[in-house]
Design a protein around this ligand. Structure first.
Ligand code: BGC
Length: 941
């Protein structure tokens, strides 16, 4: 037995983070499912400052009630034991506080020349004594790198990240104990414009949004071996000049001139700039998480040199310089080729380039103060032949662990899931951005809200969203509770739309629900409430009890807009807004209860009841007809339980009808997309959900996969079927929103249906479908990795075989579909409908009450029937009435109909009832072609 994966506030060994609401989690790795006791002890300088008694292990965490001190390292030990069996384990880890409330004694400094693009700030430091420990507490605006003795400190990029710098500037803490030597040392800060000063925002953007001068503040705390201490601050003893970067900005990219040798150092100026906005960081560091090799060098028809990395990704390009001194190499980026040529028009005004002037030394080069979203790069200006090995894509995203994955027997589905994860990597860039490539890359609230649940399956996102929740709160504080369209808002005051604004409530709630940690609710309660109160004030003005008449994005980018030029979709905007008003109020009511605020709980519960009544009155008849006949409308009504139980089936039936009219293809936008398949699977229509999910023609998720997508696109058809970019514009090829379908896959295909208390109890309820017979996946919670594998139709008895590995401390409640009287669990016959599994590897098998072989039905389309020659021949031996479908042209025209429909509709087709019965017999007893093909393959293997 051992203890692993210790996390403090969902991070490993956090240094200098805001550590309010301390929570320490750990996983026990144990073969045996023994009963344990646990104990925590915390030390400062080997002195115990906190300890628990031995206590029953009822969960995997501690929430020490310990008043933290600034700039303090807390080491701790976790112990677990079982005294009767004489088993025990222990592990140590630490967390360290930043400056907390302690004000900076250092001053902001900068260069008087505000136009300098790369301000350098430098100080020499003579150390006569041995350093025992050294910490730097600092920040820099826009973005900075810290070098000590010409070596970059840490592996973080683009610190201090993006915030509304008027209100919040994050402080980073570095352990620099090993960076100094006795004798002479130099500390150097290199600054770029970043999100603070560089051009940002769409439609050409704005310069200097938060400030017009690069600046930094730093405190170095030295503890010498002899016990004495020293503090070195940024002040007028620092020197400054301009560095080698002649221009950089987030959209612009970077120009780096390595022939420049910084000189003309002058005294830095002390700047009058607030220090009360400085706060310990929440941002997870942006780091290079992996490298992608260059895949192919392409000489395009336009005679360009293009390198393909094979994967649309986000980060920085690194290349090995072999150019003679003075050569200027230019790299541009793009996400797709058009007619085989380099293309970058969808980046709009973002220049997104990197130029490098060589100093003649062979070495790896990368830009410092920008980032790119790309799959292809175009290289020009080189004098040496390009070699693939000289290029690599450094993939950068906020430092989070991948926690989940799903694999099936369908390679396109697998690629789709990879695409979702790649779009998450590409856009979880300090804040959740809409896209990473064009002149936008903003913390769009709605996109993040929609995708937040999916993201929490894929990665450990709690700390990431806690920071973003703070960003939202900061904006709401200066907008009377209203949430701006994106956070940080870049001084743009617009916002307040449903879904987008509801990120204020939904994101903290989703994080609490997934991770079982109330810290984010505590942090954001006032703004969650502030948001609902803001809507409420608007609603009161309207007098309808519904949220009407406000600016809305609607069901953004849905396909059912009556006017195709309007991306808001057909679903009534007030209907969507009112439902989210209801949902957000219910979140606040529940949060109030959790946080022990009875008064608020009552107020918002009553409010919810009223809103629901008003919605029902306006939009849903007593017999369950929904006034808005769109896929999204039905999905919302079902998702948010707006109709009484007895009317649900009516709404489901109407949704099925709606889909039928839409040829069983989705029409949904940002709002309906996460829910469409979920409500179908939840309400007895998993087959239909799977069908829609597996569609390969437009519109569908797999349409993009079929066209070679390696990330999720913004529009359902950002690329048209001939490979050309959608001429409508606004076509990011790396936009995670509609990747929210993966939540459905985690919940219904892999079956991670629900959980309690941060995955202490997991309700696993897969719904099987014949089209996905082999499924495996996992979810790595703070308890450890829950691994799941399903195989359907493993033998002639149609046996379903499952393998489930449950980590220690977790309980799985497994509910399986089509189970008969018993299931074999680890060699035992079990008759429970809900099977309880604890720590260990489990093998489960059963024969379902009916098999998972797909067969034709009377509703099967003629196109599918005629494509199955064997089947069609059988049917033609019953009737001659369908002979016209020997002609492919007729199949083309009428193949979307079933035989039943064709028989009813066309006077020239007359199949008598008795023959129809025979046809039905043949159809329902014939496995669909793909099943027979799969069978053939397995027989030949
Ligand atoms: C962004 C979005 C965002 C939308 C709001 C777009 O420009 O890229 O994804 O949610 O605007 O309408």
């Amino acid at each position: 037995m051992n203890i692993k994966n210790i996390q403090v506030n969902h991070m490993t060994e956090p240094l200098g983070f805001d550590l309010s609401d301390l929570k320490i989690e750990f996983a026990v790795n144990s073969e045996k499912n023994v009963t344990l006791e646990k104990k925590l002890e915390i030390f400062v300088d080997d002195k115990s400052v906190y300890q628990t008694d031995w206590q029953a292990y009822t969960n995997n965490y501690f929430q020490p009630d310990l008043k933290l001190k600034p700039r303090t390292r807390y080491n701790f030990t976790i112990n677990v034991r079982n005294t009767t069996e004489n088993i025990s384990a222990s592990a140590t880890s630490f967390f360290e506080t930043g400056k907390m409330d302690e004000p900076f004694s250092a001053k902001w400094i900068g260069n008087n020349n505000k136009d300098i693009q790369n301000t350098l700030l430098k100080r020499n430091l003579e150390l006569s004594k041995e350093v025992k420990s050294a910490r730097i507490y600092m920040s820099g605006l826009g973005v900075y790198e810290l070098n000590i003795n010409d070596k970059k400190v840490g592996d973080e990029l683009l610190a201090p990240g993006t915030t509304n710098y008027d209100k919040l500037i994050q402080v980073q803490t570095y352990d620099v104990t090993d960076s100094f030597t006795q004798g002479n040392n130099t500390i150097e800060i290199s600054l770029g414009d970043g999100w603070y000063k560089g051009n940002l925002g769409f439609d050409g953007g704005k310069d200097k949004i938060y400030g017009d001068q690069q600046r930094a503040i730093l405190e170095l705390h030295l503890l010498y071996a002899d016990g004495t201490e020293d503090i070195v601050n940024t002040d007028d003893q620092w020197l400054t000049t301009a560095g080698k970067i002649t221009k950089s900005a987030i959209y612009y990219g970077e120009d780096l001139d390595d022939t420049i040798v910084p000189d003309n150092w002058v005294e830095a100026s002390v700047l009058d700039y607030p220090i009360d906005t400085l706060a310990d960081r929440l941002s997870l560091p942006l780091k290079i998480q992996e490298y992608l090799p260059a895949k192919e060098l392409i000489h395009t028809p336009k005679d360009e040199q293009v390198i393909d990395f094979g994967q649309n990704n986000v980060g920085v390009i690194e290349f090995y310089n072999r150019e003679p001194k003075g050569t200027k190499v230019t790299i541009q980026v793009g996400e797709i080729l058009q007619k085989g040529n380099f293309y970058r028009d969808n980046l709009r005004e973002a220049r997104a380039a990197f130029t490098y002037i060589s100093d003649g030394t062979n070495k790896w080069i990368r830009p410092h103060f920008t980032y790119y979203g790309y799959r292809y790069i175009k290289v020009s200006g080189n004098t040496q032949p390009l070699q693939l090995k000289d290029f690599r894509a450094a993939v950068v995203y906020s430092d989070m662990k991948m926690t989940g994955a799903i694999k099936t027997d369908n390679p396109e589905v697998n690629r789709l899931f990879e695409n979702v994860q790649w779009s998450q990597k590409g856009n979880f860039f300090d804040v959740p951005t809409d896209c990473p490539q064009r002149d936008e890359r903003l913390g769009w609230t709605g996109d993040a809200e929609i995708f937040s649940n999916t993201s929490a399956f894929n990665m450990n996102v709690y700390a990431f969203f806690k920071k973003y929740a703070k960003d939202m709160k900061v904006e709401q504080n200066s907008h009377n509770g209203m949430l701006t369209m994106y956070a940080p808002s870049l001084h743009v005051d617009e916002g307040g739309a449903a879904i987008w604004g509801d990120a204020a409530t939904v994101i903290p709630w989703n994080m609490y629900s997934k991770y079982g940690d109330t810290a984010i609710l505590k942090q954001n309660y006032s703004s969650m409430k502030g948001w609902v109160d803001w809507i409420h004030r608007n609603v009161e003005k309207s007098g309808t009890g519904l949220w009407t008449g406000s600016f809305q994005f609607g069901d953004w980018l849905s396909l059912d807009s009556e006017n195709p030029a309007v991306p808001n979709g057909k679903t009534d905007e007030d209907f969507i807004a009112s439902i989210y008003y209801y949902y957000s109020s219910s979140i606040v009511a529940n949060t109030a209860k959790i946080l022990g605020n009875e008064k608020d709980h009552k107020f918002y519960t009553d409010l919810c009841k009223d809103i629901k009544q008003n919605i029902l009155k306006e939009y849903i008849t007593e017999t369950g007809r929904v006034a808005v006949d769109t896929q999204t409308a039905y999905a919302l009504v079902l998702e948010f339980n707006l109709v009484p139980e007895n009317l649900k089936s009516r709404v489901v039936a109407d949704l099925v009808q709606r889909l039928k009219k839409d040829n069983d293809h989705l029409q949904t936008g940002f709002v309906g997309t996460p829910f469409l398949c979920q409500v179908l699977s939840e309400n007895g229509q998993h087959e239909l959900a799977t069908k829609i999910f597996l569609n390969e023609d437009y519109p569908s998720w797999l349409y993009a996969v079929k066209l070679g997508a390696t990330t999720i696109w913004e529009r359902w058809n950002s690329v048209l079927s001939d490979g050309s970019m959608n001429p409508e514009g606004m076509n990011s090829l790396n936009h995670y929103s509609i990747g929210a379908i993966m939540e459905w896959a985690y919940k219904y295909v892999l079956g991670l249906h629900d959980q309690d208390n941060g995955y202490q109890t997991v309700y696993v309820e897969p719904k099987f479908d014949y089209r996905l017979k082999h499924i495996s996946g996992h979810y790595d919670s703070s308890y450890g990795d829950l691994k799941i594998k399903y195989d359907l139709e493993t033998d002639d008895n149609h046996t379903i075989a499952l393998q489930i590995d449950v980590p220690y401390g977790q309980t799985v409640k497994l509910t399986l579909p089509r189970i008969g009287s018993s299931v074999n669990v680890d060699g035992q016959k079990v008759t429970d409908q809900v099977i309880t599994l604890t720590n260990g590897h489990h093998e489960i098998s059963y024969i379902p009450t009916s098999d998972y072989i797909g067969r034709y039905t009377i509703d099967s389309k003629l196109a599918a029937i005629t494509a199955d020659k064997e089947l069609f021949d059988k049917i033609k031996s019953v009737t001659k009435e369908l002979d016209m479908f020997n002609d492919p042209e007729n199949v083309d025209r009428l193949g979307h109909m079933s035989i039943k429909e064709a028989n009813m509709l066309f006077p020239f087709i007359n199949i008598p009832t008795s023959e129809m019965e025979q046809i039905n017999q043949i159809l329902t007893s014939t496995p669909v072609l793909s099943e027979r093909e799969a069978q053939d393959v397995s027989e030949t293997v």
